[in-house]
Design a protein around this ligand. Sequence first.
Ligand SMILES: [Mg+2]
Length: 383
Amino acid sequence: MRILQILTRNLYSSQIRSTSPSLSSIFSNPYLISSPISLLASFGIAFDIDGVLLRGSNPIGGSPRALKRLYDDSGTLKVPYVFLTNGGGVPESKRAKELGRLLDVNILPLQVIQGHTPFKQLMRRFENEVVVAVGKGEPAEVMSEYGFKNVVSIDEYASYFDNIDPLAQYKKWIDKQDANQNSKPKHIALSNDPCSQRVQAVFIVSDSVDWSRDIQVLCDILRTGGLPGKEISHQPPLFFASDDLAYQALFPSERLGMGAFRIALESVFNAVHPAALKYTSYGKPNPFVFKNAESVLMQVLKSCHNNHQVDGGEQFFKTLYMIGDNPSVDIKGARQAGIPWFSILTRTGVFKGKENHDDIPADLVVDTVEEAVDYILNKECIS
Ligand SMILES: [Mg+2]
């Protein structure tokens, strides 16, 4: 059967090479070049980042070597893959460059799916509304790149209100210049009195840096219909990029993630407000994220084929591999997403067990991402 597959693929490969040399040069792996194109790439890969490819900024588990095997000798991508992370805080274009530098491969912005990437789809709804973006990195720049025209970071927003954070004077780490945001570009067309403009939505783009201030300011915004200091009113919509309780960073044990911040905010809000907090969370394990990753993988494949017409229905890929370190996020998500997802759990991050995870077993457990890629390429007959 395997020999038949190889023969079939090679036959299609030679057909393409003889009729369309430009395609074969763009996407040059013979096993992936065939016609009709629905037989081209029967699989794709989604890599989690933290705890699989990187710890902090350090590559782990042979990740640069593993990724290099997805390209041919000329550096052309031969296997469609994406990064599927709940992390974020910088625009996808910037993250692609940074990952390319750390992992020593050429990465397209399209291949980077971060926790906040689905916020793009809310752009039309809030395009011209005042929205607040929360989190480390460049949350307002992220939203601005998505097309939101009146977005303000929570740092900048809080700076407009005198004494909104009663603990600010004790926070020695806050640089006055940064707090005033004078040197940073503004992403909002605020009037002379920004405090009088109603906030229409709040987006938690990445991990909150200053929990005490952010919980205070968010309670102010959310309890008053977007006008801190004013009377109680309807809660504006609140969106979280992910709901990870913990993630693996440089410290030996896991660190608290956005899910932990959500619990803290929700607990405080529900204690000080008569109605329970309403919110929407994105990120893995939400099945929507995996569905979206499938269509992005298809776009990656198409971009490699110079937008060649792809025929095919819902299930073009026979197998999509999710490689992650967190059973409750990566493995649970892939399992919930079902066919064609196949889950691979590495031992380089949150999961450190000897056998499979008891409650959320993966389809395969390996030590490192390099081992996972070896397994996939062998199974798919690609050396
Ligand atoms: Mg991870």
